[in-house]
Design a protein around this ligand. Sequence first.
Ligand code: ATP
Length: 217
Amino acid sequence: MPSIGLLGGTFDPIHFGHLRMAQELAEALALDEVRFIPAATPPHKPTPSISSAHRAAMVQLAIGHNPIFKFDNRELLRAGASYTIDTLISLRNELDENTSLVLFMGSDAFTHFNTWHNWEKIIQLCHIALVQRPVSSIKQPLPKVLETFLHNHYTENVDDLRETNAGYVTMQSITPLDISSTAIRSNLQNKNSARYLMPDSVLDYIESNMLYNNGAQ
Ligand code: ATP
């Protein structure tokens, strides 16, 4: 069945860690499309330091040349906290039932997945593809409830994710890129370059709109 990858995030700003993860998961899982879904108000993080319009513009610039990467602005159009469950329900209302949805998640995000709104319902609406993030030097032990969750849903067979529309969790190894938006923001605030951490088009956008240099805009 058709398979769509979903990468939600703050994208404050988007960087090669996001893009490479999406590319490698798309290939490993034979996905037909990957949707980049910027969060308006992320429930588990501080409010982004720049406007959602700027974050969205940078995502569009970064993915523009890849025919399977698509921009999805549904969370930006919704009022209130950007809950993944609501995004999945909205996607499911639009898509053919026989569409596999695969939610991408870095290991850092998964360690607190059990605190997400209606987290246990999420797996009824999509699969989850986990990737290890090199920044996890602060190794948080996985809560017992997530260990059980993995035990119940885990598969190493990527075909499972194409043959059913939801219900599996898989772990994929990708090229580790120790890049984070936090580190990029800090580079820029300290007047250091963020070159080679993100596409030049995004860097040009940041420079011409004077983002991050002078604090929140
Ligand atoms: P911040 O530093 O502001 O917290 P971030 O770099 O973690 O931001 P997000 O937009 O919050 O970026 O990330 C969206 C998703 O992409 C999350 O699931 C996150 O784990 C994943 N991700 C971000 N950077 C990487 C990376 N370098 N490698 C793998 N996954 C990543």
